[in-house]
Design a protein around this ligand. Structure first.
Ligand SMILES: [Zn+2]
Ligand SMILES: [Zn+2]
Length: 195
């Protein structure tokens, strides 16, 4: 993909995310690399059902991944694995193999080499991440991924009712205890209390 393309993708990503930040630059670069590795040329068109992205962090770069790939939570083509690690795996849905791309911690310091004249750390990283090589920014591993049937894109496989609160639970998230079906909140506790 060309520089021209990068600038365009970054612009779109900033629009979705709301501001320009190092995470947008890093996320756009990561997404472009992931799509390249999977040979995806039209992620939002003819190739959109061929792949999935599993992202391991919910930070700025996550929005860039969504913007560039067109994958989203609502389409289930973007899944959030809550690891707190700046990494994402691009999966070919035909054979469930793919590439896990990790943003290298060293890239933060290496930004000094590229833009030493910029004092502000974030501005320096932002500019440096545009010009650093993929090798300097990322570590790539070839991986095989297993995703439960219930987590795949497509129609919900299952819908059941909680025996305690009566709410409906989709996608195999129910809990069975003593032969009874419960939703997770009834089984494990809620994140809210009623006022
Ligand atoms: Zn941001
Ligand atoms: Zn319940």
């Amino acid at each position: 993909m060309s520089d021209n393309n990068f600038e365009k993708l970054l612009e779109e990503s900033v629009k979705l995310h709301g501001h320009l930040c190092p995470g947008q630059v890093l996320g756009v670069r990561l997404a472009m690399l992931g799509l390249n590795l999977l040979n995806i040329t039209d992620p939002k068109g003819k190739d959109r059902k061929k792949f999935m992205v599993l992202v391991e962090i919910d930070r700025c770069a996550t929005d860039a991944l969504q913007s560039v790939t067109g994958c989203s939570l609502g389409k289930r083509s973007l899944r959030w694995i809550d690891n707190g690690i700046m990494a994402a795996t691009f999966v070919n849905l035909e054979d469930m193999t793919g590439y896990r791309i990790l943003a290298k911690e060293e890239a933060r310091d290496l930004s000094k080499k590229y833009c030493p004249e910029i004092q502000d750390k974030y501005k320096r990283q932002l500019e440096a991440y545009k010009v650093m090589s993929d090798d300097e920014l990322f570590q790539v591993k070839r991986v095989k991924v297993s995703i439960p049937e219930c987590d795949m894109p497509g129609r919900p496989l299952k819908r059941v009712q909680c025996s305690q609160c009566g709410e409906w639970v989709q996608d195999c998230r129910e809990v069975v205890k003593d032969d009874k079906i419960f939703c997770r909140p009834c089984a494990y506790g809620r994140y809210y209390e009623e006022l």
